[in-house]
Design a protein around this ligand. Structure first.
Ligand SMILES: Cc1cc2nc3c(=O)[nH]c(=O)nc-3n(C[C@H](O)[C@H](O)[C@H](O)COP(=O)(O)O)c2cc1C
Length: 157
């Protein structure tokens, strides 16, 4: 099994979620958890599963991650199993105007999945969101544990 968790993060919360997802995966073979700043196309070769995550910025992923995903040659992703996650605000905690905006523009993970699928990858699970309480965090209670469980589920699919 060769699994890669690729993440982007501005304030460190998505990085912590990525590392928590990786906890149940790291001992299962030749697996890595890498930030987009350190990724190379070589890291994507012969993967059994690629998991990609980003903070939600304006309803989509962080520009550096989007740029990298768009630069991946299609043949590297054809038929590769993929999953996506993001960090985001909890809709019900937002004031009405922001709630409406966030509802309209959506979140990063579905956009990540769309890009990967457009290059021939196969999503094996619905895009997942993990909640932060404010722009710089903290991560909401229980979300690190939920991320760890999500990683475990993924590694068994
Ligand atoms: C420029 C910017 C735009 C953002 N836009 C959204 C948004 O559209 N929806 C949302 O739920 N959160 C939004 N947020 C909050 C991020 O979800 C939050 O900062 C992020 O999850 C923190 O992750 P990080 O520590 O990995 O950067 C935004 C944050 C920034 C800085």
């Amino acid at each position: 099994m060769k699994i890669l968790v690729l993440y982007d993060s501005l304030h460190g919360n998505t990085e912590r979620i990525a590392k928590s997802i990786f906890k149940e995966i790291e001992n299962k073979g030749n697996n890595k958890c890498i930030s987009v700043e350190n990724i190379t196309l070589d890291d994507l070769k012969d993967l059994d599963l690629l998991i990609v995550g980003s903070p939600t910025h304006g309803g989509t992923a962080k520009p550096s991650l989007l740029e990298f995903l768009k630069s991946i040659p299609n043949d590297l992703l054809t038929n590769m199993k993929v999953a996506s996650f993001d960090t985001r605000f909890l809709e019900k905690d937002l004031k009405w105007a922001l709630k409406l905006l966030v509802k309209t523009i959506g979140y990063a993970a579905p956009k990540i999945s769309k890009i990967l699928e457009s290059k021939g990858a196969k999503s094996i699970i619905e895009p997942e969101g993990f909640i932060v309480k404010d722009t710089k965090g903290p991560i909401a209670d229980g979300e690190l544990e939920r991320a760890r469980e999500w990683g475990k589920t993924l590694s068994n699919l």
